[in-house]
Design a protein around this ligand. Structure first.
Ligand SMILES: [Zn+2]
Ligand SMILES: [Zn+2]
Ligand SMILES: [Zn+2]
Length: 146
């Protein structure tokens, strides 16, 4: 006869894992307060932070987490330099990126002021920044009557 060791398992202890007072449900997150915490510890938007700031919505929480704790996957295709973790941020950037708002007197447009200033400084003479608003808008169609 062989004694089976499995019979010594006390399955009764598994039914009541913790003590009699099992009302220690802290941090369940099922409260009524609609504030969201960042899961990253040490973050200011983590509820353990002494200056904890609650995130107002789950969208805010997601966007914050992506912006702060996730690699930036979206790259602006216009300037090729700006990187974003949130697609909506890229979309917002794209609205302004690529707008050639900086014009040199030689007729060259630039998307950024520092690029224009660098261009002007490069030639040093004969080139000067021109306010695009004062420049002739290309949208107006010419009605040349000859
Ligand atoms: Zn965070
Ligand atoms: Zn860009
Ligand atoms: Zn120029």
């Amino acid at each position: 006869m062989r004694a089976h060791g499995d019979e010594y398992k006390t399955s009764a202890a598994l039914s009541n894992p913790s003590g009699p007072s099992s009302s220690s449900s802290s941090g369940a997150g099922a409260g009524k307060a609609k504030c969201y915490s960042c899961p990253a510890e040490g973050c200011r938007w983590n509820r353990r932070h002494p200056r904890f700031q609650a995130l107002k919505s789950v969208v805010c929480a997601k966007n914050h987490y992506r912006r702060s704790h996730c690699p930036k996957m979206y790259v602006c295709g216009r300037c090729g330099g700006k990187q974003f973790a949130v697609l909506s941020d890229l979309r917002t950037h794209e609205k302004h990126c690529g707008e050639l708002r900086w014009l040199c007197s030689c007729g060259t447009f630039f998307s950024r002021k520092d690029k224009l200033m660098g261009h002007v400084a490069l030639f040093a003479g004969g080139h000067a920044p021109v306010p695009v608003a004062a420049a002739s808008p290309s949208t107006t169609e010419r009605s040349s009557r000859d």
